[in-house]
Design a protein around this ligand. Structure first.
Ligand SMILES: [Zn+2]
Length: 456
């Protein structure tokens, strides 16, 4: 990525100011998890005609650090409405590619536009349409687990829960429906491998804190491609041996970039591209692949676009008959929004560049579809899970971006966020009113639009 000399200069200055500050991660520290109650309720197996593991019990294997506590389960709402219609996997487009910017509102995209000083790749798509992101928690802004679960399953749920309904039931995810339809599947993220957003598609776990259970659920789900970054120190013990377990499960495990040419397309692929919590140029945060704009020349981590290219190659390389489902997450905008309060200049300087990283991945995907498939059978969706930080700036120059403010940092906001799409179903984009509607778009169950009720 080419940055203007002024932005590069300010980035360096901001990095110099960004000495680790006590309390940065503590801002995310939340109360200890309550001892969970094992879910004794039946799964939605019979109702949804898809075989699912029941939601896993939730020992707090990371001590409640980093992650929100589970909400006490209220009276279960009716949980199965529209279930049969919603889970018909035969309606899913042949290929589905979802790119999600964590914490991205419309202003984030505008920052990328200003920095590029040209239309973005995403501007060639239908949209944007703005939609709501509320979870089942009354009066509380959604977290990334509930929001990703809503788009993965079409069900509203409580903050912290993954792949489960508000009643704690396992409900089918778009990835599982794709597998049921014979498609290959992939998950890509530039934060740690078991982050809530991709994992909402892979498993059914009552709390995002249950990292061991989440990694086991993901291996059980067996996506054909699972690529991501470092395991943070606080999770290392819980996830220790993930690479060995993946190897034992038949995965090809790759820990260095670029991957060896000997990768076999027919075997599942696990990419863990940074094995320790030590990216020194990313000082406020202890995990995740370093943003391209901060990388040292000898940094060998892949970019989001590079991982996306590998995933597309792997998924389409050997069997394109039934197509594939791919979910790609750019976590960096959310990370910046959470920690902007600790270093506003660094956050302001980084937001445009990390949004351009996302747009590079979008450009790569659109070019891949043009060259290898068509928008008659391939749906590309670019969306977000919620806004973060209340990111805002005045003006329309690169210098104005450096004065950006994050008045809501370190918290998510309830601002509506944008979705773009191209391909089958994108003609119904205007009917997307809530995160749960995205599930219906991804699975081709367009008859559920616009009647999906959101979380109210
Ligand atoms: Zn999020």
């Amino acid at each position: 990525m080419k940055l203007s000399p002024r932005i590069s200069h300010l980035l360096l200055a901001a990095i110099a100011l960004a000495a680790p500050q006590a309390g940065c991660l503590d801002a995310r520290a939340l109360p200890e998890l309550p001892q969970p109650v094992a879910d004794e309720s039946p799964s939605s197996l019979g109702l949804c005609e898809i075989e699912l593991p029941s939601a896993r019990p939730c020992p707090s294997d990371v001590g409640g650090r980093l992650l929100p506590p589970m909400q006490p389960l209220p009276e279960p709402p009716v949980d199965t409405e529209d279930c049969e219609a919603a889970v018909d996997p035969t309606r899913m487009p042949r290929n589905v590619i979802v790119l999600m910017g964590d914490g991205v509102g419309p202003v984030h995209w505008q920052a990328a536009r200003i920095l590029k000083d040209a239309p973005l790749a995403v501007d060639a798509m239908e949209g944007p349409v703005l939609y709501a992101t509320d979870s089942a928690d009354p009066g509380v802004v959604t977290d990334s687990a509930a929001s990703a679960s809503a788009m993965a399953t079409g069900h509203c749920t409580y903050n912290g829960q993954l792949g489960t309904s508000a009643a704690g039931l396992s409900v089918p995810t778009a990835l599982e429906l794709a597998q049921q339809a014979g498609k290959r599947t992939g998950l890509v993220t530039n934060t740690f491998l078991t982050d809530a957003s991709p994992m909402a598609f892979a498993g059914h776990v009552p709390s995002r804190s249950c990292q061991t259970q989440i990694s086991e659920a993901a291996l059980d789900a067996r996506p054909d491609v699972w690529l991501g970054g470092a395991v943070p120190a606080s999770l290392f013990e819980a996830l220790g041996g993930l690479d060995e377990r993946a190897d034992a499960a038949g995965y090809q495990v790759v820990t260095h970039w670029p991957p060896p040419a000997s990768i076999r397309n027919r075997s599942p692929l696990l990419g863990l591209f940074s094995t320790g919590p030590s990216p020194t140029a990313w000082p406020q945060w202890e995990y995740g692949l370093t943003p391209e704009a901060l990388r040292a020349p000898d940094n060998e981590e892949p970019t989001l676009a590079e991982m996306t290219r590998l995933a597309l190659s792997h998924l389409a390389g050997s069997n394109r008959g039934e197509g594939f489902f791919l979910f790609v997450e750019n976590e960096h905008p959310d990370t910046i929004g959470h920690d902007a309060i600790a270093n506003p200049p660094l956050a302001a300087a980084l937001m445009g560049p990390v949004m351009l990283e996302l747009d590079k991945a979008v450009a790569l995907v659109l070019e891949w579809v043009e060259a290898n498939a068509s928008f008659d059978d391939t749906l590309v969706v670019v969306c977000a899970d919620h806004e973060n930080g209340g990111y805002t700036f005045e003006g329309d120059t690169a210098d104005d971006l450096l004065k950006a403010r994050f008045p809501a940092s370190p918290s998510h906001t309830s601002a509506r966020v944008p979705i773009y799409a191209l391909g089958p179903g994108s003609e119904r984009l205007a009917d997307v009113e809530h995160l749960t509607d995205i599930f219906h778009l991804l699975t081709g169950n367009l008859q559920a639009l616009p009647s999906a009720p959101g979380c109210d």
